[in-house]
Ligand binder design. Structure first.
Ligand SMILES: [Mn+2]
Length: 456
């Protein structure tokens, strides 16, 4: 590929120097740029060649462009000018234009973004200076919150006297626990003594209004991407509702401040961004895409895969065994009752597995857990609505609802006793089958008539 340079001015010299640095094959075309012939046999152009024009005055620029336009060249023509490029772009639609105004606008925007990021990091570091720094995760820790809390702690590590991460809720998903274990991110269940009189308290992926603590916690630093709520008194806040993840904001902090991003931090942020945006398919902004690109080459992709695959605790196998042995399957519908078990999430794992079976378009898996009966619905969503079915069948006994393909009902055992002599597992399973069969006819053969004519 050859690059031909045409025109006048310091811009042309700058372009030539830039091309020289990138070791591209640039040729300065001498003579009158408004008369140069590229269609002559001694100057053959190849289709991959480029002609770069730089000119700062309108009349000479037009003369050059008219000359090139007449020749119907196979090469692309790129034009750099200090004149506004829009009218030229309309007049010469096959040429590519960039004016200095646009170049500076884009450059300035980028510089401004970095300056703002630097400023923010400096502010947070100053707030943390010499003080204990505690980042609190609201609710059950999810990958975006975990990654952001970790990245923020590392960002202030050299300034703060000590850093710690606390979470309010519980680890409900095994892959989130795997993330923390594999990346060795230190974090602890929140306890009020963690907050001393001079502790700086931060939260990420949440806002103070999310916490129901009657104002017992005061937040100094807030970094979030949820819709803005009343933040109350604070010393630093950065809330960007257009961003797909808080991990994106933290990524920009590292980029802007030049802080060293370790593989561990990059892996955590990459996973947080991936989960919150559903692999860049939900709530994505340009900033998320840019952060994704930045993180992807820095993250440990094998570790990310290991975390993603860590979804099923080994004890799940026992419940799969029960489910497969006890399944009631007819036509396109499968039902399984898992008995009384400690963790109702097992119903979710089994139902997610059953709905993948060929020919199955309804999977319903239920269990008793403490004083509740949990019923998990999965459907293929074709002319079906799992949420409405769950509501129609079970809303009278507790909570029920969901989407076309996924739904859940949680019934209070206390409200079933009127219809069951005793809430044994056998009685609960029979009752559920009768109830389900009233709407899902495929299950009718499994539904025993109600004992003593009990109401269904
Ligand atoms: Mn988030």
């Amino acid at each position: 590929m050859k690059i031909y340079l045409l025109g006048r001015g310091h811009r042309l010299e700058q372009i030539r120097n830039a091309l020289g640095l990138s070791k591209l094959n640039a040729v300065r075309v001498d003579g009158d740029p408004a008369r140069v012939r590229f269609d002559a046999p001694e100057q053959p152009l190849a289709p991959g060649d480029l002609i770069i024009v730089a000119e700062f005055e309108e009349a000479p620029l037009r003369a050059i462009l008219d000359n090139l336009a007449r020749q119907k060249l196979p090469a692309k023509v790129m034009v750099f000018t200090s004149l506004p490029s829009r009218p030229f772009a309309r007049e010469y639609p096959s040429f590519l234009f960039r004016d200095e105004g646009l170049i500076y606008k884009n450059e300035l925007r980028e510089l401004q973004r970095r300056a703002a990021g630097q400023q923010k990091v400096e502010t947070v570091r100053q707030i943390a200076q010499g003080r204990p720094f505690l980042t609190v995760i609201w609710g059950n820790p999810d990958p975006d919150a975990i990654a952001s809390a970790y990245a923020l702690s590392e960002l202030v590590r050299e300034n703060a006297r000590e850093t710690a991460i606390a979470y309010m809720g519980e680890f409900t998903r095994p892959e989130n626990a795997a993330m923390v274990n594999l990346l060795k991110i230190p974090m602890h269940k929140f306890a009020p003594p963690m907050v001393g009189p001079d502790t700086i308290v931060a939260t990420v992926d949440a806002q103070p209004s999310f916490f129901q603590l009657d104002g017992r916690l005061r937040f100094d630093v807030i970094i979030d991407h949820h819709p803005l709520t009343d933040l109350g008194p604070h010393r630093f806040a950065d809330v960007r509702p257009t961003y797909g993840s808080a991990s994106t904001i933290l990524t920009e902090y590292y980029q802007a401040s030049g802080a060293r991003m370790t593989k561990k931090i990059a892996t955590a942020l990459f996973y947080g961004l991936k989960i919150d945006t559903g692999n860049l398919t939900r709530n994505v902004s340009d900033a998320d895409v840019a952060a994704f690109r930045y993180l992807r080459v820095r993250a440990d992709e094998n570790l990310v895969r290991t975390i993603e695959l860590s979804q099923l605790p080994v004890e799940t196998l026992d419940y799969f065994a029960v489910a497969i042995a006890n399944k009631k399957i007819a036509r396109d519908t499968v039902f399984a009752y898992l008995g009384t078990i400690p963790n109702p999430d097992m119903c979710v794992h089994v139902a997610d597995f059953f709905i993948k079976l060929t020919g199955i378009s309804w999977a319903i898996v239920a269990c008793r857990s403490k004083d509740r009966v949990v019923v998990v619905f999965r459907s293929d969503g074709l002319r079906k609505h799992a949420g409405r079915l769950a509501e129609a069948l079970f809303l009278d006994y507790g909570s029920a609802g969901g989407h076309r393909t996924m739904a859940r009902a949680e019934l209070e055992v206390g409200r079933l006793v009127a219809e069951l002599r005793e809430p044994t597992d056998v009685a609960i399973e029979e009752w559920l089958l009768r109830r389900l069969a009233s709407k899902l006819r495929a299950l009718a053969p499994f539904a025993a008539p109600a004992a003593r004519g009990g109401a269904v």
